[in-house]
Design a protein around this ligand. Structure first.
Ligand code: NBP
Length: 469
């Protein structure tokens, strides 16, 4: 069978994406370094409805089976495995063929590889794929970047394979170069922020409000019917309902409080620093993961310091309502930071990014999918040059309505000794951004005093240095 497209790498993502492509009616050739995964994938394709998928254990046969000009998706572990795979593929590909790396790759690696394979006349794209196993199988959000002609070649396939929402498929051409990988990386950084904000909501509701797991499940299920409706809120409700099948009680209470990570969140925070974009919420989420890893030290420190006395007279219903509002307001700040980082880098590299279109393709298929993303899209539709989501009229109104509750929650957490780094960082971002005058004047004075770094004045033009002695 001549196949429309090929896919290399049949672990979780590749196997499911290949089945999805085949199911949408595009015959696909698949290959994996270890042959067992080829057999597994072929068996699944047969079991799931005799899907048009052909497995190859020889890379030359695999390449020969793909229609010219060929399009080959790679879904192997990021880094060296991608270079190894490309090295094998290019031996058999021909000028005009296209390689699409669908992994979570560092965007500069994509740009380097694009230059390398261009010497052989090949096209190259870096495409972020979000949504995990289920997304890959049923419809992911995809963020392809690279030459526009390459996008146009595979668009008919990707548009059918992607998650579908009210205003179209969750895929669009992000921009040239490594733009697709970059946007996927920031998506993951935002995901870190969202997860941490939800975890802090849980901590306050449980330890200050005294909510049981059943009550928490009901609260999150209720939140999922309103402005916070999203995949992460939905699965959080589901998690609180899960009993432990290996003992008494609930599974969530038995899970060790150490968070793992694979690196895209760290890259996002590094990038924010590199581009001089404030991204406190995502940074707080990353730090929270690092501190969670110090389990033994935390246990030892907990013996040294007592918890503050619990605040008296907590009204559970009022607390739940306040936390809901604090979570939503914090989320706006977190997305404002992420979108501004995307924009800053897009401007640096002249990627011509469309922030509204990026928010739109996150509405379905990916981990951060949420009703809220439609509001972000609308904000950028109203003003494509919006400097910050916080000053969009709709978001500004929503924040004004929620800021009292937000301040109460952060204040209560501080008084209770509950760390809320992402809530607090979001509020600090808001308070810093909304104030016309910050204490930066004092910092400038200090810099000038000890290092003659000079300062500007509020009342006249120019650069000044004072004799502070
Ligand atoms: P993994 O990241 O676990 O990689 C496993 C695949 O890489 C296997 O097919 C393996 O082949 C292949 N591979 C390795 Br490892 N070294 C290789 C080499 N030197 N040459 C050729 N192939 C090699 O797979 P995944 O979890 O499906 O993720 C694939 C990509 O998608 C990654 O970039 C990941 O970050 C990204 N991603 C994953 C998820 C998720 O939920 N898992 C979500 C979104 C994005 P083998 O079978 O022969 O060992």
């Amino acid at each position: 069978m001549s196949t429309r497209i090929g896919l290399v790498g049949l672990a979780v993502m590749g196997q499911n994406l290949a089945l999805n492509i085949a199911e949408k009616g595009f015959p696909i050739a698949v290959y994996n370094r270890s042959p067992e995964k080829v057999d597994d994938t072929v068996a699944r394709a047969q079991a799931e409805g005799d899907l048009p998928l052909v497995g190859y254990k020889d890379i030359q046969d695999f390449v020969a089976a793909i229609e010219r000009p060929r399009s080959v998706i790679i879904l192997v572990k990021a880094g060296k495995p991608v270079d190894d795979t490309i090295a094998k593929l290019v031996e058999h590909l021909e000028p005009g063929d296209l390689i699409i790396d669908g992994g979570n790759e560092w965007f500069e690696n994509t740009e380097r590889r694009a230059r390398q394979v261009a010497e052989r006349g090949l096209l190259y794209m870096g495409m972020g794929v979000s949504g995990g196993e289920e997304g890959a199988r049923k419809g992911p959000s995809m963020m392809p970047g690279g030459p526009q002609e390459a996008w146009e070649r595979v668009a008919p396939i990707l548009q059918k394979v992607a998650a579908q929402v009210d205003d179209g498929p969750c895929v669009t051409w992000i921009g040239p170069g490594g733009a697709g990988n970059y946007v996927k990386m920031i998506h993951n950084g935002i995901e870190y922020g969202d997860m941490q904000l939800i975890a802090e909501s849980y901590d306050i509701l449980k330890h200050v409000g005294g909510l049981s797991n059943d009550e928490l499940a009901d609260v999150f299920a209720e939140w999922n019917r309103g402005e916070l409706e999203s995949f992460l809120i939905e699965i959080t409700a589901q998690i609180f309902r899960r009993r432990d099948d290996q003992g008494d009680g609930w599974l969530v209470d038995k899970i060790l409080d150490k968070t793992g990570m694979k690196g895209t969140g760290r890259w996002t925070v590094q990038e924010a620093a590199e581009r001089s974009v404030a991204a406190g919420t995502m940074t707080a989420a990353l730090d929270a993961r690092y501190l969670s890893g110090l389990k033994d030290e935390r246990v030892a420190a907990s013996r040294l310091f007592d918890d503050p006395a619990p605040p008296a007279g907590i009204d559970k219903a009022a607390l739940v309502n306040d936390v809901r509002q604090a979570l939503y307001a914090s989320k706006i700040c977190s997305y404002a930071q992420g979108m501004n980082l995307i924009r800053a880098t897009g401007e640096t590299f002249a990627w011509g990014l469309d922030l509204g279109a990026i928010a739109r393709i996150w509405k379905g298929g990916c981990i951060i999918r949420a009703v809220f993303l439609d509001r972000i899209k609308q904000a950028y539709d109203r003003d494509p040059k919006l400097p910050n989501l916080l000053v969009d009229a709709e978001f500004a109104r929503e924040i004004k309505e929620r800021q009292d509750a937000w301040r109460r929650v952060v204040g209560l957490a501080v008084a209770s000794g509950i760390a809320t780094p992402a809530f607090s960082a979001s509020l600090a971002y808001f308070d810093s951004y909304r104030r016309a005058r910050l204490p930066a004047n004092l910092v400038q004075a200090q810099r000038d005093l000890f290092g003659a770094h000079t300062f500007e004045r509020t009342d006249r033009e120019g650069s000044f240095h004072a004799d502070w002695e």
